[in-house]
Ligand binder design. Structure first.
Ligand code: URP
Ligand code: ZN
Ligand code: ZN
Ligand code: ZN
Length: 467
């Protein structure tokens, strides 16, 4: 049975345009757009009409970096695919790309199958997978080709976490060479983990055990050094490269220089690096543990470089790196030893609002907001134009956003399965009102009307952001 919805009178914002338009949705896809109050728009007929006067009509957010149920440091990220995708929808995100994990001694296939099993039938919104490659060997390299063919077109490697996810330069080069050949995109966690582990050991030996030392040992220079090394290895391999969770201005400078040289290197940052700082890591009574993630939060004066890079396109994407651990029982594993605090922060629900606040604050234009949060991640990870825009033929993943509503972020009102908010008490202007995923109402005027299992696995093409 065919179903039609029309959204009338809103300001439709995409990465390319802003237009007062009516949007016709048919059978889960955008069927047509027409300027509001014109005969073409008046001719749209539907079973359901939504009045979006005074609101923005934007593409659903695409969060290219989440870790639902991720195992880390003897525990698991506290959001399941069910709770995490529901929270994402509340925050105006309609697609996530999560990281399946290969563990050492096992195949990529085993890791991918395990992640499919966790997600299948539980998600409120659509999802895809990147693959974390922890064990580069001849078999793994062959499997990379197969994964690209079935829609897992990006592979994360770690220059950090020796003994867990770490790859050495030779393993990185081999994976990059393979990606150069099969069209895959290497995503790099760029921190010199070997050097960091030395500094961790020395800090602990001096009795420096508080969360703030997490930020001190994971030095900006060691992020920049690894970023530089990853860029040059990718250059040697002839492969494009995407640096995840960039936080240091020195790392931004490495990216900017490489891009000036014409290299296909891309970077993402995350809201925590734009809005939080080492001041949070230094909060007393172990509260700083709430802000332990890697790369770490930096001193506040790094933020200007991140905002500027987002404007000049030296950084292209803002993802969340959503990887929540409860303060009680999880972050507390690291009391007395900051190196045992599980790394990661919640944020999948907050990203679209925080970036809208950046529009209000004058850091970004409205179109750039949509570009870095929806369109470019969709292109980067091979989901465009199905995801990331509002155009005929695209999935009807649409958010009706009230740009004037005021809200205060809080664990008391968020929907993520975690006992604190990294933005507790923060006032932001703008709020998600209604969310559609493939034409179905997931959030309806601030009420959850979605269901676990509506979200489907979405295979991806190779990177569409290359020139
Ligand atoms: O601290 C973080 N970022 N935890 C998630 C894993 C990663 O490195 O992205
Ligand atoms: Zn195995
Ligand atoms: Zn990482
Ligand atoms: Zn991550």
């Amino acid at each position: 049975m065919s179903s039609r919805t029309v959204i009338r009178g809103g300001l439709v914002i995409t990465a390319a345009d802003e237009m007062h338009a009516d949007v016709l949705i048919e059978d889960g896809r955008i069927a047509a757009l027409a300027a509001s109050h014109t005969p073409a728009a008046e001719a749209f007929t539907a079973d359901r009409t939504i009045d979006a006067t005074g609101k923005y009509v934007i593409p659903g957010g695409v969060d290219g970096h989440t870790h639902m149920e991720m195992p880390f440091g003897g525990t698991y990220a506290s959001d399941t695919f069910e709770t995490g995708t529901r929270a994402a929808a509340w925050g105006g995100t309609t697609t996530i790309v999560d990281f399946a994990i290969q563990t050492v001694g096992h195949t990529l296939r085993e890791g991918l199958d395990a992640w499919h099993a966790k997600a299948e039938g539980t998600c409120a919104i659509d999802y895809g997978f990147h693959m974390i490659v922890s064990d580069v060997n001849a078999e793994t390299l062959k499997e990379m080709d197969l994964l690209v063919e079935e829609g897992v077109t990006s592979f994360k490697q770690f220059m950090a976490y020796p003994g867990v996810f770490y790859s050495d330069d030779g393993q990185i080069l081999r994976a990059m060479q393979r990606a150069a050949d099969n069209g895959g995109l290497i995503m790099m966690h760029a921190e010199n983990g070997i050097a960091i582990d030395v500094l961790v050991e020395q800090a602990l030996a001096r009795g420096e055990t508080d969360p703030r030392y997490h930020g001190e040992v994971r030095k900006a220079l060691l992020e920049a050094e690894a970023t530089h090394r990853a860029i040059r290895l990718a250059q040697v391999a002839g492969a494009p490269l995407y640096i995840v969770h960039v936080s240091a201005r020195e790392a931004v400078a490495e990216l900017a220089r490489a891009r000036d040289e014409g290299l296909n290197v891309f970077g993402e940052t995350c809201p925590q690096y734009l809005f939080l700082s080492t001041d949070n890591l230094a909060e007393p009574d172990f509260e700083g543990a709430k802000y332990v993630c890697s790369t770490p939060l930096r001193p506040r004066d790094h933020q200007a470089a991140l905002w500027q890079a987002l404007r000049t396109n030296d950084l292209q994407v803002v993802s969340t790196d959503h990887c929540p651990f409860c303060f009680a029982g999880q972050k507390e594993l690291g009391r007395g030893d900051f190196s045992k605090i599980p790394n990661g922060m919640p944020g999948v629900e907050n990203r679209m609002d925080l970036l809208h606040q950046a529009v209000v604050d004058g850091h970004l234009t409205r179109r750039r907001w949509i570009e870095i949060a929806c369109a470019t991640p969709a292109r980067m990870f091979g989901l465009y134009p199905k995801k990331g825009t509002i155009a005929p033929g695209a999935d009807a993943d649409v958010v009706i956003y009230d740009p004037r509503a005021e809200q205060v972020m809080s664990a008391a009102t968020h929907h993520m399965n975690v006992d604190y908010s990294a933005y507790e008490g923060k006032h932001v202007t703008g709020r998600v009102e209604t969310v559609l995923s493939r034409g179905e109402f997931v959030i309806t005027e601030r009420e959850y009307t979605g269901r676990a299992g509506h979200g489907v696995y979405t295979p991806r093409s190779t990177c569409q952001y290359l020139p």
